[in-house]
Design a protein around this ligand. Structure first.
Ligand SMILES: [Zn+2]
Length: 264
């Protein structure tokens, strides 16, 4: 029997009475577990098995391609993203979708757990939603080892100077590209995997996703709406490329941006 702290990423009805849960645990990474009787009102799980809850669980780890078996769950906290904060609610769904999509089961990574808990608590507040999401996306990419190169050319390693007004960005290369490398890729017919971003947007991403920003400067950054929109567009393409599809919450991202309150 294993014990863990977990966030509920997804629930799927399995039968009249049972649920299959996707959980991200602090101690074991992502797990998929069957909760027998999890759909009954009276169950050993105390109605803790909803998406966007933080719970303490006991489970039996099964070897091979078999689901783990959940035996107990206690609620730690429910992230109360209320209906008046619909944009915050969908931002929270987007957060758990990305965690689910970018992690493998049984891949131990407590940083992702801590990051997700912190971000869900932040989104409850209903302000600074889009810059919170951009920060989350950047830190999640780092935690799963997929962070794009933002300072050096992703092909040749040359430092990208901020004098350039627009900087090429390669989805396949995973980062910014110097003028020469971008040109070579275009000549080879890989132009569809390239885009470009403004120096302001690149600077904005670096600041928003700075992992060493312990004083939370990212909340106070002056970030013009069009620059934030540009970063959003880049992340939309980059995540769609990484996942091989658009995120399920993709269409909600513009709704979140439109209903975002920038004040603290
Ligand atoms: Zn280069």
């Amino acid at each position: 029997m294993e014990n863990a702290d977990a966030i509920v990423l997804r629930t799927v009805d399995f039968s009249e009475t049972s649920l299959i849960l996707t959980l991200f645990t602090r101690q074991f990474g992502k797990i998929e577990a069957l909760a027998k009787g999890g759909r009954r009102l009276k169950s050993p799980f105390e109605s803790a098995l909803d998406i966007l809850t933080q719970i303490r669980v006991s489970f039996l780890h099964k070897k091979g391609d078999v689901l783990d078996l959940l035996t107990e769950a206690k609620l730690i906290r429910r992230f109360r993203v209320v209906e008046s904060n619909l944009a915050g609610l969908f931002a929270s769904y987007y957060v758990v979708e990305l965690v689910d999509s970018l992690t493998e089961t049984h891949d131990y990574n407590p940083k992702i757990y801590d990051l997700t808990v912190k971000m869900l608590a932040r989104l409850e507040q209903g302000t600074l939603l889009m810059r919170s999401l951009i920060r989350f996306e950047g830190l999640l990419l780092k935690a799963v080892g997929q962070q794009p190169s933002l300072r050096n050319c992703a092909e040749c390693g040359k430092i990208i100077t901020p004098e350039q007004k627009r900087i090429a960005f390669g989805y396949i290369d995973g980062g910014v590209l110097c003028f020469r490398c971008a040109e070579i890729l275009r000549q080879r017919g890989h132009g569809q995997f390239l885009t470009s971003i403004s120096a302001n947007a690149l600077h904005g991403i670096k600041q928003l996703t700075d992992p060493h920003d312990i004083t939370e400067n990212w909340k106070h950054l002056k970030l013009e709406r069009n620059v934030q929109n540009e970063i959003r567009g880049l992340h939309n393409h980059y995540f769609s490329h990484l996942l091989g599809r658009r995120p399920r919450l993709y269409d909600w991202l513009s709704f979140i941006a439109q209903n975002d309150k920038e004040e603290m």
